[in-house]
Design a protein around this ligand. Structure first.
Ligand code: SF4
Ligand code: SF4
Length: 126
């Protein structure tokens, strides 16, 4: 999912006209923001921005890891006994392992699609 680096965006509005779904609007401070629910991930805003302010979501990996760690530490506070705490951390490891496997299986399936599979996808999803 593309996102806009607020420190790099000048609010020039160039990307607004390129977005086919109207997902980009001006935020309170005048810079652009993307409505994730409207974004279809076409990448046009990324190509259009003269400031390279539209960034790829892979750049958010460190931030997302920090969010996962913060969530884990926050939930850990519900456990007082050392043994319970150890078990909880192992459950979180299993939880994130499950998410990893879901992502890996999804990638495997998507990579297995050829051109005709992709062309048929619309009909299968309707
Ligand atoms: S990726 Fe496409 S749909 Fe999403 S905000 Fe950018 S231009 Fe709009
Ligand atoms: S084109 Fe780039 S700098 Fe201009 S409003 Fe869009 S994200 Fe900001």
């Amino acid at each position: 999912m593309p996102w806009i680096n607020q420190d790099m965006c000048t609010g020039c509005g160039v990307c607004f006209d390129y977005c086919p779904t109207g997902a980009i609007s001006r935020g309170k401070n005048g810079t652009a923001i993307i409505d994730d629910d409207k974004c279809i991930r076409c990448g046009k805003c990324h190509d259009a921005c003269p400031r390279e302010a539209v960034r790829h979501d892979s750049e958010k990996i460190p931030e997302l890891v920090e969010q996962n760690m913060a969530k884990t530490f926050s939930l850990l506070k519900n456990y007082n006994e050392s043994e319970e705490r150890q078990k909880f951390v192992k459950r979180m490891v299993r939880h994130f392992n499950m998410q990893k496997k879901v992502a890996e299986k999804t990638i495997e399936k998507l990579n297995g699609f050829d051109k005709s599979d992709i062309d048929r996808m619309d009909a299968d999803c309707d």
